[in-house]
Ligand binder design. Structure first.
Ligand SMILES: [Zn+2]
Length: 813
């Protein structure tokens, strides 16, 4: 119990409504609580079964929520776009020759692609009530159900040998959704037989390596889901073993692959349900924090991992894979349900509304692999090695981005089915806001429908109308977004007092009657974030939306059939702006222009962006594209500009397929620098102070303890690097390195075994000089034929068993 009570030590503020008007109806009470109700259980929906920790939010069965408005439109576009028509585009989704369709698991394409797609596709069919999709999904589900062998294994035979449990984790998700939507009672015994098969595997063959090992949390979720429905204790033993055999997300971050992180980081929190030791929960929170601190100092809720997250590549042009967005949203959804902490809903909305929409064309007929906060040209040229994954990663294409093309299917449908969730006390909660209708059993078992009308996230008010055949008492919990400082709520026109600054959930307990109306007001103010640890860039948010420069788009078709065209997108207006902000009150620099009338069908476009901000800006002529078409990296600001001040328009980041969302800030004060005069430092690993490398402070000796130093501690005997990047080309003809050596004081750093200087020729690193410093040497020096370059890298081989460091690294023409 200790763990449960202390995981969310948030302040709970209670404020009861007055009794005015009580004569006419039961006194409503608005209570602000850190979490939705935790007592009283829920008699209508399956939650965690003891000894698992109770989850504050329970998922309603697929189909209980009917999305409306813009979200419904996204789902309809999906149904007619690449997701709903994927069998036309992907050989992996063709029933005729798929190993997933064969009762013996023989055939082609037996890996992750089909179940990736089906997992979203089946939910899409049920949230939309689309019979064609439901029937097509059913054909696959029947085939999967038929494929179970006597020993419990199911699916493609090719995955059985190693075994590779990863594709089956996805197929199990498909069956869970199918069961929730239809009550098909073949599913629980099927899964029981499959998990029995897992429980008999020798341990070295259970989650042995690779994707299945990093993503073992998905298997764990399914085991616990089945335990909640069957009460079979052996499933808890399997869950423990599953945790032991999953990559170690408790001790640290075992892989820096973007998608692995997005779905793996949460695993300790899932295991916490069973272990009930808060340190597991804390480990998941820590994983998220570390990743975001290092690579997520950007707007949009994602982090830079343009395959893997890499030291030295943390600026706003580093990108996230579309798979990563879908998985990140789902991790946040799961952590929200397990904790009731509304911060996870804020994080999920940040990804859903800002990053996800621009990963696809507005008609949802094509997508791209990588999306970044700053990206101004979507051409086909490879962006490697500035982005890690080479080849065409940016152009919009319905059929070439293998994993994302299939996996993107579940992002919106999973989000849509969680707009409403059940709570203890037989209640209901709205953890996310979007127009919708929910039908659910509440209180003593009455079915209610609640219609939610809102333009959120573009509008700030939410209206709920209750339909019920008879009065029924239950708590209704409404999330207060973390960015909202002064929410307002009224029931049937009567305002309920809410303490300003209240955080968490508004819990309304009353006897609800048909026709009752709740009006929620979530005032959205402008927030300017300065990313101190990412070049001092600034981003602008209002409510859950972050804003990007409005850039005119020029779409160029480069291939594909008429029905499924492929496009590059080029900027047709300038993009290289820095913002001119009011120093004292940055938020006052913006004027908000809101649309009038109803929301457009597809609000995530440049043309129909429902909200715009106006702000002063200056162009930065030196800020240009890299030769490979990638946007030049933002230089540390504030930066100076002699260009005239102009007014520019910002639109929601999700509307902007070309975007600058992390802006340089224009300055005129003593701290402002000319673009390109600054140096950005990066290293393969950092201990001590990275800035010491080029701070101009020359040491008195190689063990000078009085000045800042940089070391690669605690790496020993490895090959490491440190890099200086310039905003504009510089001539480099000599270099001097003052090594740190603390042998005299018995430390762990020595001059390295060898060093190599490399320069960036615009496409690759080229060697320029090399040397072997003598032990005890304070400085290594080299002269060479000068080069004009935007970056130099010092690559160092450490002595076996020893680390190394640098006190100063000087470059000269
Ligand atoms: Zn992908």
């Amino acid at each position: 119990m200790r763990a449960r009570q202390t995981v969310w030590g948030l302040m709970a503020v209670a404020c009861s409504a007055g009794t005015a008007g009580a004569a006419r109806e039961a006194t409503p009470e608005a209570r602000v609580a850190a979490r939705p109700p935790m007592t009283g259980g829920n008699r209508h929906y399956t939650g965690s079964r003891p000894p698992l920790a109770p989850a504050p939010l329970l998922k309603l069965p697929v189909g209980a929520v009917r999305p409306e408005g813009w979200l419904r439109r996204q789902l309809e576009l999906m149904a007619d776009g690449f997701t709903g028509r994927l069998p036309e585009l992907s050989g992996c989704c063709r029933f005729e020759d798929s190993a997933w369709a064969d009762p013996r698991g023989r055939g082609r394409n037996g890996w992750e692609e089909l179940p990736y797609w089906l997992k979203g596709y089946v939910v899409l069919g049920h949230v939309l009530g689309d019979v064609r999709i439901q029937q097509e999904a059913r054909r696959w589900i029947e085939a999967i159900l038929r494929s179970q062998r006597p020993d419990g294994w199911f699916g493609p035979e090719s995955n059985r040998a190693a075994p590779d449990l990863w594709p089956n984790m996805l197929a199990v998700d498909v069956l869970r959704s199918h069961f929730e939507a239809t009550g098909d009672n073949r599913v629980p015994p099927f899964l029981k037989r499959y998990f029995r098969w897992q429980a008999r595997l020798p341990l070295e063959r259970f989650l042995p390596a690779d994707w299945q090992k990093w993503r073992g949390g998905d298997n764990l979720a399914a085991i616990l889901w089945l335990y909640d429905r069957t009460a079979e204790k052996w499933l808890l033993d399997l869950a423990r073993v599953n945790h032991e055999r999953t990559a170690d997300w408790v001790g640290g971050i075992p892989t820096w692959h973007g998608v692995n992180i997005c779905q793996g980081f949460r695993e300790p929190a899932q295991y916490w349900q069973l272990a009930r030791d808060r340190r597991y929960w804390d480990a998941a929170e820590r994983n998220y924090r570390i990743v975001m601190e290092r690579y997520g100092q950007v707007p949009g809720g994602m982090f830079g991992a343009d395959e893997n997250a890499r030291p030295g590549f943390n600026g706003p042009r580093q990108a996230a894979e579309t798979c990563s967005m879908a998985e990140m949203m789902h991790s946040h959804e799961l952590l929200l349900a397990l904790s009731g902490d509304p911060a996870w809903a804020d994080r999920c909305e940040e990804v859903a509304f800002n990053s996800l929409p621009a990963s696809m064309t507005p008609d949802l007929k094509a997508l791209h692999y990588l999306t970044a906060p700053n990206m101004v040209q979507l051409d086909r040229q490879s962006k490697a090695p500035l982005l890690q994954n080479g080849g065409d990663m940016f152009s919009y294409d319905p059929e070439s981005y293998r994993c994302c093309q299939h996996n993107a299917a579940f992002a919106w449908p999973y989000f849509a089915e969680r707009l409403w969730m059940a709570t203890a006390g037989d209640g209901l909660a709205a953890p996310f806001y979007a127009a919708s209708t929910v039908r659910a059993r509440v209180g003593d078992g009455a079915e209610v429908a609640i219609r939610e009308e809102t333009d959120y996230p573009f509008g700030d008010s939410v209206q709920l109308t209750v339909s019920a055949s008879r009065p029924v008492s239950f708590p209704l919990s409404l999330r207060i977004p973390g960015w909202c400082g002064s929410p307002g709520v009224s029931v049937n026109g009567r305002a309920l007092p809410v303490q300003p600054g209240a955080r968490g959930w508004l819990v309304l307990r009353r006897t609800w009657r048909g026709g009752d109306r709740v009006r929620l007001h979530l005032p959205m103010s402008i927030r300017v974030t300065t990313w101190e640890n990412n070049r001092g860039t600034v981003s602008v948010s209002r409510g859950p939306l972050t804003y990007s420069l409005k850039i005119a788009e020029r779409w160029v078709r480069w291939g594909g059939a008429d029905r499924w065209p492929k496009h590059e997108v080029y900027p047709a207006s300038p993009w290289n702006y820095g913002l001119v902000l009011d120093e004292a009150a940055p938020a006052r620099s913006f004027t908000v222009l809101q649309w009038h009338g109803g929301l457009p069908d597809q609000p995530f476009t440049v043309r129909d962006a429902p909200v715009q901000l106006r702000v002063r800006a200056r162009r930065i002529p030196q800020w240009v594209l890299e030769p490979n078409g990638l946007v030049g990296e933002v230089q540390p600001g504030p930066v100076t500009s002699q260009e005239p001040e102009e007014e520019v328009v910002l639109i929601p980041m999700g509307c902007a397929r070309l975007r600058i969302s992390a802006f340089p800030r224009i300055g005129a004060g003593p701290d402002a620098r000319e673009w390109g005069d600054s140096v950005v430092l990066d290293a393969s690993h950092v201990h001590d102070t990275l800035a010491a490398v080029a701070d101009g402070v020359i040491p008195a000796s190689s063990w000078d303890q009085s000045i800042p130093r940089f070391t690669w501690w605690d790496h020993r005997g490895t090959t490491e690097w440190v890099e200086q990047r310039f905003g504009r080309p510089r001539r480099v003809g000599s270099c001097q390195v003052y090594w740190f050596n603390d042998e005299v004081v018995g430390g762990q750093c020595r001059v390295p075994q060898a060093w190599k200087l490399l320069w960036w020729d615009g496409a690759a690193w080229q060697p320029i000089a090399a040397g072997h410093p003598a032990a005890g040497d304070a400085a290594s020096q080299a002269r060479f034929a000068p080069v004009d370059t935007t970056a130099v890298r010092l690559e160092v081989r450490l002595r076996p068993g020893w680390s190394a460091g640098i006190l100063e690294w000087k470059l000269a023409p």
